[in-house]
Design a protein around this ligand. Sequence first.
Ligand code: ARG
Length: 285
Amino acid sequence: MTVVLESPAPRAVFGRGARPRRYLMCPPEYFTVAYAINPWMDVSQPIDTTLAWQQWEALRRTYLDLGHTVQIIAPVPGLPDMVFAANGGLVIDGTALSARFAHPERAAEGPAYLAWLRSAGLRSATEAEHVNEGEGDFLVVGGSRGIVLAATGFRTAPAAHAEVQQLFGRRVVSLRLVDPRFYHLDTALAVLDEHTVAYYPQAFSPGSRAVLRRLFPDALLAGARDAAVLGLNAVSDGRHVVLAEQATGLAAQLRERGYQPIGVDLSELLKAGGGAKCCTLEIRE
Ligand code: ARG
């Protein structure tokens, strides 16, 4: 007789806004800082690769303990930034768009992530025509009627915003980033639930700030200190918000609003300009 083992019940209680998620992560096997394509990266600064592994594994465990699914893409030698899975694509309603990286150092990650997306049992996976760095610069807010917030300024080309609108049939709101420390949208803005975001206004152009104010009058506004530890590079399931443990002010703001902040230490990945969200691509079926 075959004994069928039931999968363990998720330890976290969903409901109260939280939804189980499917995430893609890439182990930091080849992670290092070998080049500098953002102001956080300093090739002369040593990286503790063992610690990077432990920190990444703790992040993965955090998602599993919350009851989420984590899938793994095989890391490719010679692609030290591949650990930042958020940049690998954008997946909404089972439709995927691959990334096309702005810098030649990361170019080969595009096809690697596309191959994974093609094997993931999704409805479709399309190769991008224009430069875009996936969920680094595209963030989905809202459910089936939701919109896509899209950034340009450092990496993703404005033409990619139109490409996303065409492919997904979602309204795309273009925003301009102006501070090189916040070179991706997900370093300056976090989606907390279907209606709420948190962001650092100074990372955006005056016009984009006005757009965000109009779209999200109740947004959480992060302070300079929390932004400077990439506290906004956070992953929320609607209730639990996984973010840099150094972002204590933002954690307090989140708690006040009824979210449950969960601090993680990703100090080694921060040396490449990445945090929790950068390591995580959401696969929306
Ligand atoms: N070193 C990487 C780069 O500059 C970090 C990417 C961080 N990813 C993110 N989603 N913000 O491209």
